[in-house]
Design a protein around this ligand. Sequence first.
Ligand code: SAH
Length: 419
Amino acid sequence: MTELYPLALRLTDRKVLVVGGGAVATRRVPALLSVGARVLLVSPELTPALQSLVDAGRLTWVARRFQPVDVDEAWLVQVAIDDDDAAAEVSAAALERRVFCVRADDRDAATAWTPAVTRHGPLTVAVTAGGDPHRAQVVRDAIRDGLSDGTLPGCHVPDAPAGFSGAAPQVPAAPGRVVLVGAGPGDPELITVKGRRLLAAADVVVADRLVPGLLLDELRPEVELVDASKIPYGPSKAQEEINRIIVDRARAGAFVVRLKGGDPYVFGRGGEEAIACAEAGIPVTVVPGVTSSIAAAAVAGIPVTHRGVAHEFTVVSGHVAPDDPSSLVDWPSLAGMRGTVVILMGLKNLPKIAATLLANGRPAETPAAVVQEGTTGEQRVVRATLGDVVEKTAAAGLRPPAIVVVGDVVNALSAVPIP
Ligand code: SAH
């Protein structure tokens, strides 16, 4: 096999022929569609995943065996069948028309290869390994991990100016911007791939108390870390100060990641920060996170919905007591629901919350659970009923951060041990 000449293809609105409708095509077609290729798929049969793409109008399916005319007008052919003779026939038709042809079944007969790929925002890394796909994947995985955790540079190189065409880049200081990133519920592995990539690219990170410490451990030494929980004012003044810090740093040209526990818009005041940035004319985007309201329950073996048990779940803040006139939670309605209620920031007011739910008709035997520091090494779970949850939580000495789950889902999985 002689050396290959690597290329990146622009396939938008260009016809790509895929022959075969099985597992290989199922893996390859989405990548072609994601770059805007016009896919013609020829195969007597399809996998359900491909069928759903056809149903959605994303590609054209011709339900028969391959005919050489299928290659006409195509810029690329992808052979995804394991019948050698049929594959050779496709190859021959492509060769005759001088169309490059990728073959899953025979890399030596192929005139083009698909590399192992990893994408990180604007960066695409494609790896080939002399025909050893396993080696290519291992190297690709190592590069992907390095780019994700910042040990490989790439993500923290400033974006090149738009229209950059390949000459040595004269990179101007990128204009500042802010991203509100959800850090997940506590386990540092539960941040999203996008969140982790942007974190590795940050100049300034403004982090909350509930952000997993290990994520901050990975930051490059030159990154400025602002610990928002140490801002020495009352809550509302502190929020103003956080808004001021993120806006000021972005104005000075920094890429600011505002890292928040769970999801930024679930009781995280992320909305206020987004407004503050927008009002100051600073570009701001959000990367959602895995919220503790679902995740802490899940790791305690509690699905927030379960077929035949609960078809709704409501997440409320217990920060303001139910008898406080400033509470925005409709506690009597919650008590009347059959579905799951998840209470965040509810430990301090738990006696009043449980009493209110009971007084408004939720039965005392309704299962309830409290999950402290879910998804972390400190996780603790107390199972109870609405009638005795206050007593059992106090006896176990649970402390914040914790969620309280009320509803039959608490016991939905208790018959089977889920690791
Ligand atoms: N934005 C966050 C919630 C912020 S409010 C999210 O989406 O998860 C803070 C409250 O979240 C805490 O008081 C607690 O009720 C809950 N919480 C956050 N992390 C938690 C965890 N690991 N386990 C249990 N509860 C948690």
